[in-house]
Design a protein around this ligand. Structure first.
Ligand code: CA
Length: 227
């Protein structure tokens, strides 16, 4: 899950980012309104945390513009106490929730999870499919026709990322970042080892799906031909 933080207070943005990373979210921080809006328009995010008072363009203006442009990404407004009268303004303009500063990180995480659940972004991804395989995220189970096998931990997380990005090459860097975190010392070898484990499991359940290594770049799912 990717979260965009649009917030100009560096210390707050960093603290939020650290908390979210420890909760396994991927995080991007933008510290002014225009950069934040541009990033939000890419639709690469599952949720946006949007501050109100921002340089260049304020949070309400951004919110209004994104909704006008039919960007449906869930948005939680971060409002200061003095702006609390504005919260209705935000909700009317299409924010999914708001949280008043200062807030406890636990509270923020709970709000984020509630919004993601409500907007179905969590439930939608319980099952991921490609070719003849189905990955059941809730039960940590990988299926191909009648065959199934348990898959958990890093193997599950890597396969999940490959399935979520099934039409593109997933770089080793982005796999490392998404699964081990930005500041991890984990090396590329780690990724390769787990990819080997997953390939073995795909073979065991007699799937035609293979994880193709694209030299020097990363990995991509492919379906092997019978021929
Ligand atoms: Ca601010």
């Amino acid at each position: 899950m990717n979260i965009l933080i649009i917030e100009d207070e560096y210390s707050l943005a960093d603290a939020v980012a650290e908390t979210l990373k420890s909760e396994k979210f991927n995080v991007c921080i933008k510290s002014n309104g225009e950069d934040g809006e541009d990033e939000a328009l890419t639709e690469n995010y599952d949720l946006i945390l949007l501050d109100v008072m921002l340089p260049q363009k304020n949070g309400f203006e951004i919110l209004k513009y994104l909704r006008q442009e039919k960007i449906k990404t869930p948005i939680i407004m971060l409002t200061a106490k003095s702006e609390i009268d504005d919260k209705l303004n935000g909700l009317e303009n299409g924010a999914d929730d708001y949280i008043t500063k200062p807030f406890a990180m636990k509270e923020l995480v709970a709000r984020i999870k509630a919004v993601l659940k409500r907007t179905n972004n969590i439930d939608d991804t319980s099952f991921l499919e490609f070719g003849d395989i189905t990955l059941d995220l809730k039960n940590a189970n990988l299926k191909c026709n009648e065959n199934e096998i348990q898959i958990s931990g890093k193997e599950l997380e890597i396969l999940e990322q490959l399935l979520l990005n099934k039409n593109q090459i997933l770089s080793r860097e982005s796999l490392l970042e998404r699964i081990w975190g930005y500041e991890s010392d984990a090396e590329y070898n780690n990724v390769e080892v787990y990819i080997t484990f997953i390939r073995r499991k795909l073979k065991l359940i007699e799937s035609k799906v293979n994880i193709k290594a694209v030299r020097g770049i990363g990995y991509k799912l492919e379906e092997k031909d019978d021929k």
